[in-house]
Design a protein around this ligand. Structure first.
Ligand SMILES: [Zn+2]
Ligand SMILES: [Zn+2]
Length: 189
């Protein structure tokens, strides 16, 4: 479990480069900034929807939400529907998981839509991208392929050993469930 963000392993956490100098909410400089495309409700009730670089504190403590968050909230709902849960538990979990998601920066960058795998009634932790082709073949060969929900068979096109690696290894993101130790991967290009 990440020490800074629960859903991102520390070694997979990336700060923004020096092009970004201050947090878009608190405007402090000289601190680690993380990519977060979203909006937040200011004290006067106005909405600032032009966020890109935020510090840890603002991500965790301000009322921030991701751009297009409805997409992933729908995925959370769909996942919880497929679990055998009572109405009340489902509602509580949906709120908890949505909060966790909103308090996590956009790491990894999903090229199409946010799709952190869900497992054991929780969101899995991002562990990083494959570091080289052998690592890619090993992980995508043994990890569970995830696309909005677990599907039994990964598309043959994602057997990278046969088809060759994707254009960038960063198109493949790996995740780990801390409850059952299952590993997942997503592939978006
Ligand atoms: Zn800040
Ligand atoms: Zn699990």
């Amino acid at each position: 479990m990440g020490q800074i963000f629960e859903l991102i392993a520390d070694q997979a956490l990336e700060t923004l480069d020096s092009y970004y100098t201050e947090c878009h909410i608190c405007e402090r400089e000289n601190l680690d900034l993380y990519t977060y495309q979203g909006k937040y409700v200011m004290k006067n009730g106005e909405i600032d929807d032009d966020l890109y670089a935020l510090c840890e504190e603002c991500i965790k403590n301000k009322a921030v939400s991701h751009i297009c968050d409805f997409q992933y909230i729908k995925t959370i709902k769909g996942y919880l529907e497929s679990e055998n849960l009572g109405e009340k538990e489902k509602e509580i979990l949906k709120q908890q998981l949505t909060d966790k998601y909103q308090k996590t920066p956009d790491i990894p960058i999903f090229l199409q839509y946010t799709d952190r795998p869900l497992c054991c009634k929780d969101i899995t932790e991002f562990k990083g991208y494959p570091k080289d082709n052998p690592d890619l073949y090993q992980k995508t060969g043994s990890f569970i392929y995830w696309e909005k929900k677990t599907i039994a068979n990964k598309p043959e096109a994602y057997n990278f050993k046969n088809t060759g690696p994707p254009e960038s290894l960063r198109e493949v993101a790996t995740f780990h469930c801390k409850h059952c130790n299952k590993n997942y991967f997503t592939f978006q290009f």
